[in-house]
Ligand binder design. Structure first.
Ligand SMILES: [Zn+2]
Length: 482
């Protein structure tokens, strides 16, 4: 805003961004020229709300509106040839604004407008472009099934929906909207979240620098030409939680997620994530889980209350399978590993999984972290070998085991009293252990066993060790595949 020259007219002017500037940003100057209010440099629309009566605004607003209004069936039409086609910088006092069923024939602008009262845009048709750039919505705002036939700009707009769940919605409803032109939510702030349920974006849409707080709903949204997401956190690092459920795209269309943390997003039934592009995205939230996860899992575990969507372990497993496919298709196997673990964990948690499979999964988890850990099977194999060798030593050996003086092997408790002589005397013990080990890993026939148990130990050892070796080889292969 700056100084105007015309005596007696409103001094409000601003630079508004021009529509349809594909390659560079071009501004044009908007001057108000309406009569000034008494004791103000501005007209009744541009004077700050503190310095005017709501009813004066209301009266003038409808006088101007009625002067240019034509009645169409079901609503008002804002004629193209009137100058009252923009609401740039309007200071709307705290009364309710209904634009219900209104058809805007022409480009319409709410750039920098401040709505102190509720603003209702239900069933509005914007036949051309509309801009809410840097607009401020201080009270309940509702966009229920409006149609945006041209471009829709929400760049830098702030939605401060009041947090009173009893009387007002917690999130801004932008539900069942139809966006036919390019749409931008660049740097838009939704202080209490947004609900885009069932909205359709027929052209490109960007959510870059968008500040989503609280719980947001992108349920059954259609992104026909793709969408770009680079959602940022709130000023205190508040994490956005987004129900990105059952989101649809056309075949061959990509969703792009860049430079953001997706651990707060639930992606159930969204097939498009199989082909989505994830650039520098992070999936971990150490407060929730120390591995890559999505919010689906947190919701399914039942740690969240007060949300209207429910997610089952089956759904989460499906999400992880899709994410794993996405990473594996890009040969990013390391990134896929956590999602594979997640998928298995969900099968284990799912009450519908049959018990035998659960036992198998539990063992798979215990012995190799679902095939993702190379070292774990080796630890177990070493432990089992040690135990089996010890058992063999105590079960007794072939009497003709070469050169072992069994009577010289002292019990371990002897070491407590005289450890130097204990270790000096253990050479026969080591030989016995070695004999036991070679007897375990070879198929040689023992000439004569002093105790039947030795055969049992050897058989059990083989039953356990072969699967462990297989797990090791599989994990090794998984770790180094290309
Ligand atoms: Zn003015």
């Amino acid at each position: 805003m700056g100084e105007g020259n015309n005596e007696g007219t409103c001094e409000f002017w601003t630079k508004a961004k021009l529509f349809r500037t594909p390659s560079f940003i071009e501004y044009h100057t908007v001057v108000c020229r309406r009569p000034k209010m008494e004791n103000s440099r501005f007209c009744v629309f541009h004077t700050a709300v503190e310095k005017k009566q709501p009813r004066d605004f209301w009266f003038e607003f409808f006088k101007e509106l009625n002067a240019i209004k034509r009645i169409r069936l079901g609503g008002n039409t804002w004629r193209a040839d009137c100058y009252f086609k923009d609401f740039i910088g309007f200071e709307f006092p705290d009364i309710q604004y209904y634009f219900w069923n209104t058809v805007f024939d022409h480009d319409v602008r709410f750039d920098g407008a401040k709505f102190r009262g509720p603003a209702i845009f239900n069933n509005v048709t914007f036949k051309k472009d509309v801009s809410f750039e840097n607009a401020e919505f201080h009270d309940t705002t509702i966009f229920l099934s409006p149609v945006f036939e041209g471009r829709a700009e929400f760049e830098g707009a702030i939605f401060k929906n009041p947090q009173d769940p009893k009387t007002r919605g917690l999130y801004v409803p932008l539900t069942a909207c139809t966006f036919k032109g390019k749409t931008s939510f660049k740097n838009t702030v939704f202080e209490t979240g947004v609900d885009l349920t069932k909205s359709v974006f027929e052209d490109e849409v960007i959510f870059e620098g968008t500040d989503l707080r609280g719980v947001n709903y992108f349920v059954s949204v259609t992104f026909a030409k793709g969408a770009n997401f680079k959602v940022r956190r709130g000023p205190q690092g508040e994490k956005a939680n987004v129900f990105f459920l059952d989101v649809k795209t056309r075949p061959g269309v990509e969703l792009v997620f860049k430079d953001m943390n997706l651990s707060g997003w639930a992606l159930t039934h969204t097939r498009a994530i199989e082909n989505a592009v994830f650039l520098h995205v992070d999936w971990e939230d150490k407060n929730e889980l120390r591995r890559k996860h999505t919010w689906d899992e947190i919701v399914a575990r039942g740690n969240i209350t007060g949300v209207r969507e429910s997610i089952t372990y089956d759904d989460v497993a499906e999400v992880y399978r899709r994410l794993r496919l996405n990473y594996e298709n890009r040969l990013a196997y390391e990134g896929a590993s956590d999602f594979h673990i997640g998928q298995m964990e969900m099968m284990l948690k799912n009450p519908a999984t049959n018990p035998a499979k659960k036992v198998f999964l539990s063992l798979y988890k215990l012995f190799s972290n679902y095939g993702e850990n190379v070292i774990t099977p080796i630890y177990w194999l070493t432990a089992f070998t040690g135990i089996a060798a010890l058992c063999l030593v105590f079960c007794g050996f072939p009497e003709d085991a070469p050169s072992i003086k069994w009577e010289r092997i002292k019990p371990l408790s002897a070491a407590v009293f005289d450890w130097p002589s204990y270790f000096a005397s253990q050479w026969d013990g080591i030989k016995a252990a070695w004999y036991a080990f070679t007897s375990l890993v070879s198929f040689r026939a023992e000439p004569k066993l002093t105790f039947e148990g030795a055969t049992v130990v050897k058989t059990l050892y083989r039953v356990v060790s072969y699967p462990l070796i297989t797990l090791f080889i599989l994990a090794l292969r998984r770790a180094f595949r290309r």
